[in-house]
Design a protein. Structure first.
Length: 309
């Protein structure tokens, strides 16, 4: 009897279904059968099997695809094994030093990590020294101890900084240290992690308001600030609406749907740069309805750009 599958458009759901289907079919399953059950093309199933699942104990036997019995020895459910595969793949994008350590740890859980399931995360690499930096900063953050370091800004200028470290954060492929700058009236700032050097944890302790941690947890862009949030209302064309529905931004809510399939989306942000790059990316399929001052800012950017053409 075929397993239940609800077509959600998620590749993860599809891979999970295929893996589970094979684990329950000792005689194997054909690509045609899987395509019919999933209601996708045979090319899509072939790509899933060859590119994503071939390193997870899935193999071809004639015209039928089967699952190696050895893959069940670790006692993991198919979804758990896929999640570990994704983590292994993401770790690989962070560089060989970081990946080697992560891969060894994940292999202690399962041996089915010969090939990553996914490999499309664009992120900076981390060396052995950067891993040590993570450990040092983690200790300082937990102890709430100030640190000193040498920071190289984008303009290549170096300066000694004294910081109150709050969190390590990952935004758009880069690692940052979120901290208060003790030498700049405790201004909240983000420091590119790989631009920090000669980090020393001091014995000076500090405290910070509880609402700071809460504000940081809500951040989804490096542009966020600790200012009070405000709402931005967007009109999203039907061709782009599915992307906002599949990957909702933090604090997003869909406030209206038009008969043609377009939607109105409301997001809570703390800085205009949290929304402007998103709108610019999807132009002309997204418009800013409110507030007007952000829309005017966008129009100015577009006018400046077109003048240069």
């Amino acid at each position: 009897m075929p397993l239940h599958f609800e077509k959600t458009g998620s590749k993860y759901d599809r891979l999970s279904y295929i893996y589970d289907r094979l684990s329950r079919s000792p005689d194997g399953v054909t690509i045609k059968d899987l395509a019919e059950e999933l209601k996708v093309s045979t090319k899509t199933v072939q790509r899933d099997l060859h590119e994503a699942l071939s390193g997870s104990g899935v193999y071809c036997d004639g015209r039928r695809w089967k699952l190696s019995r050895n893959s069940a020895e670790d006692g993991l459910a198919n979804e758990e094994r896929i999640v570990l595969g994704v983590l292994d793949s993401l770790a690989k994008q962070a560089g060989s030093a970081f990946y080697n350590k992560a891969h060894q740890l994940l292999e202690q859980v399962t041996c089915q990590l010969d090939h990553p399931l996914f490999a499309n995360l664009d992120t900076e690499t981390l060396s052995e020294d950067h891993i040590k930096t993570f450990s040092l900063l983690e200790n300082a953050i937990k102890a709430r101890h100030e640190i000193t370091a040498m920071y190289t800004a984008v303009n290549k200028r170096k300066r000694t900084v004294k910081l109150k470290p709050l969190r390590l954060a990952f935004f758009d492929g880069y690692w940052y240290l979120l901290a208060f700058d003790a030498e700049d009236k405790d201004t909240f700032k983000k420091f590119h992690l790989k631009s920090l050097a000669a980090i020393v944890e001091t014995e000076e302790s500090f405290i910070y308001p509880k609402d700071v941690a809460s504000a940081i947890e809500k951040a989804y862009s490096v542009w966020f600030s600790l200012n009070d949030s405000f709402e931005v209302r967007l009109w999203v064309d039907k061709t782009i609406a599915p992307y906002f529905e599949r990957k909702p931004y933090h604090g997003q809510s869909i406030e209206g749907r038009d008969p043609d399939g377009s939607i109105e989306v409301v997001l809570k942000i703390t800085d205009e740069m949290e929304i402007l790059p998103i709108v610019q990316w999807y132009l002309p399929h997204v418009r800013i309805l409110e507030p007007e001052w952000i829309n005017e800012m966008l129009m100015e950017k577009i006018a400046t750009y077109t003048k240069g053409l």
